[in-house]
Design a protein around this ligand. Sequence first.
Ligand SMILES: [Zn+2]
Length: 263
Amino acid sequence: MIIPSDTSRRRFLATALSSTLGVGLGAAALTACGSDDQPTGEAATGGTKPPDTPAQPAGGHGPEVEPPVANGNDALKRLMDGNQRFVANQAVHDDEGAERRVAVSKAQHPFATVLGCVDSRVPVELVFDRGLGDLVVVRSAGEVLDHSIIGSLEFGVAELQTPLLMVLGHQRCGAIDATIKALDSKEAEEEGEIGYLVGALAPAVRQVAGKPGDRLANAVHANVDLVLAQLRKSTVLGPLEKAGKVRLVGAYYELDTGKVIVN
Ligand SMILES: [Zn+2]
């Protein structure tokens, strides 16, 4: 399936980004975007497919190449399986070694795009027990969007064809906590571009005013929903979601437990 509009823009994107991001974006990649044709395991490894080995405990896949995910549901399951291993302290780190590095050195076929916070306690690959070539990760404080963040997410979904886009908020988010404090105080505005973050996060904080429960947690959830709503307005992401080619999900990471809870 080809996105009905903006083909030329996407070709421009492909050309401009392929050199900087190390991906081969030919016409095939563009026209195959969102199609049912998924890259094969062989293509995903640049032609090197190690022999199959028995499945690893706790959902790890060992040195063998995983099959491509069929859809967003598959991708979400793969993420959540990894999170379960992380929570249970049974992370397998399958995709972090030299073998994996070589396998993905010529091409990448990540299975999910994740927008998370910059918080040092929420490193996305670690909390999902994934590694090289698995995820397109974009991070900004409080998952605040701007042109480059949205463009990067569009790149992950439309060009790298990840069938899942997750917006991952988290417990005790400092950016949202700072926004609450800024809105509550009568002090001068934040300096530099931190004020931009506060302005972007303020609608979520205002939305939960007076609601029962933990104010910060409520605001984090509201912010994830607002970010998702904004992403659905993207002329790239919106049509792909409507066509069933990408699944957009919100999620919440608990610092206390390591659990990712999908909304
Ligand atoms: Zn945060």
